[in-house]
Ligand binder design. Structure first.
Ligand SMILES: *[C@@H]1O[C@H](CO)[C@@H](O)[C@H](O)[C@H]1NC(C)=O
Ligand SMILES: *[C@@H]1O[C@H](CO)[C@@H](O)[C@H](O)[C@H]1NC(C)=O
Ligand SMILES: *[C@@H]1O[C@H](CO)[C@@H](O)[C@H](O)[C@H]1NC(C)=O
Ligand SMILES: *[C@@H]1O[C@H](CO)[C@@H](O)[C@H](O)[C@H]1NC(C)=O
Length: 635
């Protein structure tokens, strides 16, 4: 093993321990932490809120929440137009549940206007002030992290005295400004300000998370003298370390080749307020077969990188069958031959898996005797393995390849096509240096759409793979049609009602149709031309002319007399998209809205005002997808 490779290896393994200069990196040890989640309308859309919640999940998932360690209180600001703040949690499973309920509330009830100063007042009354319901532990450092998109300068300035008092009482307040700059907050008082731009929110850099952890939570207050031993008790394990561990280490030891800037692997996702599937790697519940090239072309360094990646990915997941959301994992290696290294039944514990990944002699070295590769053989074995795994569970084959041959018996295209046609996904990672963009890049032709990656984009590779695995775990309950735009799957599922009824009646049918899943079904929310086109096409495919004379469907839009505004079922009133037919809306025809096929067209539909009680038609229901948050049992 070369020196350089060992450095990577050791740095990777030891990183979480060596950073204890910051006290604890993986676990911010003994702290009382309050995190405020902004659910107000200044967050703009429920998608942004969902992304904000993903950031908080990423920030907190590795914490040891415990009576004697971190206690974490989650405050929901303006979800369902309320403040929501319970006592500090001492059990991490409750944290996930609470974040989930916030996410649901934003989707279900929409967003409500709010002030920053009310949020601060709530913190004071509930947690900080003298008459607070939930005070801190004595002799414990206290932290508040407020995610905020508020930008009213007067509103913010009015919090100065209260926030100053928080500081004096020992609460270090970190503000995470979403889409707002520090400037807007200059007239109030805080310990640390971190900015996240709107466009970053979907994939927040690990460095931002680290800054919040290290400078907002883990730092030691001046004069604080907690004995070191007590502070730094995290076990020296890599498996729960943040996913960037490898990047940090490789960054400093990276060899002679300076990577060229590499353009994004894929076209950007369609822009719009589409509900993304959640992506919490630790609660995925799919079956994965890793297929790893161990031919000479991979090289020992490459193999180490592959193992580090698999370690990072699987280490976050659960292999424990007692846990509802768990993955099953198998591993096959190949060069000119192919061999099963780990059968799916070998492990029920992710730590044992990741340990064996490093210690199993079969993965210790590449096969230097041959540079021939037979991926065909390996995929045959993978197909067999994946077919033997859990019924009704989504499945993916992840191929790491440093060489590729698409000729003769080694051609893997047919077997790959068979795997994809069976409903399984294939992810490919071409493991190459930027210079050698040769045949191995072609391996991408085996992958499912948007699932071909290269190791060039090292820094993003783990994130990209996590995202791809979450896409595998993003699907609709039986019978529901998924929103797919430009090969990207979204967390929105659709189902047409089957009998003619009034708008009011179909509105109530949607929650019933979704009863088996979330029960939160509602008439569709149409917020872009792209989605409108998708829905019309879908509806035409399901239109049943024998039972419905003309295609039309109720949408989730109606007029609200109280506010004199059109309002969507999810609470949105400022949807920039509309698609009214000529002469509509026309309140004298009614207060509800139906999308009707335009005469003389097949898939052009326009919105019409209809009477909510007397005009009848079908409804198009919308419901959340199965994803790492919403578990769907195998079927
Ligand atoms: C909170 O901010 C709003 C909006 O700027 C302001 O009208 C209100 O007076 C502020 N409340 C307090 C208690 O300062
Ligand atoms: C693979 O290559 C090795 C070394 O060249 C050779 O001994 C072995 O027979 C080959 N296996 C197959 C299936 O061709
Ligand atoms: C992935 O496939 C797409 C479509 O074939 C292609 O445009 C893109 O360059 C590929 N990316 C990589 C990294 O191979
Ligand atoms: C609205 O509808 C009513 C009843 O159908 C009709 O008399 C009226 O002309 C319509 N108004 C507009 C502006 O089209």
């Amino acid at each position: 093993m070369s020196v350089q490779v060992w450095t990577i290896f050791l740095a990777f393994l030891l990183f979480p321990v060596t950073v204890c200069g910051y006290e604890c990196y993986v676990t911010p040890c003994t702290r009382d932490v309050i995190i405020v989640v902004d659910g107000s309308s200044s967050m703009q859309t429920s998608t942004y809120i969902s992304q904000e919640i993903n950031v908080i999940t990423k920030l907190t998932y590795s914490w040891t929440i415990d009576d004697s360690k971190v206690r974490l209180a989650l405050v929901g600001a303006y979800f369902g137009n309320e403040f929501n703040g319970l006592d500090y949690f001492t059990d991490s499973s409750l944290v996930e549940k609470r974040l989930q309920s916030f996410r649901l509330a934003a989707m279900q009830y929409g967003l409500f206007n709010g002030d920053f100063n009310t949020t601060v007042r709530f913190l004071d009354e509930r947690y900080v002030g003298q008459r607070a319901n939930f005070g801190p532990r004595t002799n414990v450092q206290k932290r508040i992290v407020i995610f905020t998109s508020h930008s009213g300068e007067k509103d913010i300035a009015s919090t100065k005295n209260t926030l100053q008092k928080f500081g004096q009482l020992g609460y270090a307040v970190t503000l995470v400004g979403i889409g707002v700059s520090e400037d807007v907050y200059k007239n109030t008082y805080y310990h640390k300000f971190v900015t996240i731009q709107w466009f970053e929110l979907g994939s927040v850099a690990q460095s931002i998370i680290d800054t919040i952890t290290e400078e907002g939570i883990c730092f030691l207050d001046q004069g604080w003298t907690t004995p070191k031993q007590e502070i730094c008790k995290t076990t020296p394990t890599t498996t729960r370390a943040p996913t960037t561990t490898t990047k940090k280490s490789t960054g400093t030891v990276k060899p002679a080749t300076t990577p060229k800037p590499v353009p994004p692997t894929h076209a950007p996702f369609p822009v719009g307020d589409y509900q993304d599937c959640s992506c919490t790697t630790q609660s995925l519940y799919i079956d994965i077969v890793f297929v790893v090239d161990v031919s000479e072309g991979m090289g020992l360094g490459g193999l180490m990188m592959v193992k580090a990646e698999i370690n990072t990915l699987v280490g976050q997941m659960s292999l424990d069958p007692e846990i509802q959301k768990h993955v099953q994992v198998g591993l096959i290696k190949y060069s000119n031959e192919s061999e099963i290294v780990f059968k799916p039944s070998d492990y029920t514990n992710e730590d044992e898996f990741t340990e064996d990944l490093w210690t199993d002699p079969r993965l210790e070295d590449v096969d230097e005797k041959t540079d021939e590769v037979n991926l065909h053989l390996a995929l045959q074995q993978a197909a067999k393995m994946i077919g033997s795994m859990r019924k009704g569970v989504k499945k993916v084959v992840v191929i790491y390849a440093a060489s590729y041959n698409d000729e003769g018996d080694d051609d893997a295209r047919q077997i790959a096509a068979n795997i994809r046609e069976s409903g399984y996904e294939i992810i490919t990672v071409a493991f190459v240096e930027p210079e050698s963009s040769s045949l191995v890049m072609k391996i991408g032709e085996l992958a499912s759409p948007r699932m071909n990656f290269t190791s060039f984009r090292d820094e993003l590779l783990v994130d990209e793979l996590e995202d791809a695995l979450c896409q595998v775990n993003c699907y609709c309950p039986n019978g529901w049609k998924q929103l797919v735009l430009e090969d990207r799957k979204y967390g929105e599922c659709f189902f047409p009602t089957k009998i003619d009824a009034s708008w009011t009646a179909t509105k109530f049918e949607c929650p019933i149709l979704s009863k088996e899943h979330t029960g939160n079904g509602h008439l569709v929310y149409v917020n872009s031309a792209l989605k409108n086109t998708f829905l019309n096409k879908f509806y035409m495919n399901h239109w049943d002319p024998e039972n419905q004379e003309k295609p039309n469907y109720d949408i989730g839009l109606s007029y609200d007399k109280a506010t004199q505004k059109y309002i969507w079922v999810n609470g949105v009133t400022n949807n920039p998209y509309s698609n009214w037919a000529e002469g509509h809306p026309n309140l004298s025809k009614g207060e509800c809205v139906m999308s009707k096929q335009e005469a003389g067209t097949t898939t052009d539909f326009k919105w019409n005002s209809i009477n909510c009680q007397t005009d009848s038609g079908r409804g198009l229901c919308q419901e959340a997808a199965c994803d790492s948050d919403f578990y769907c049992p195998p079927n």
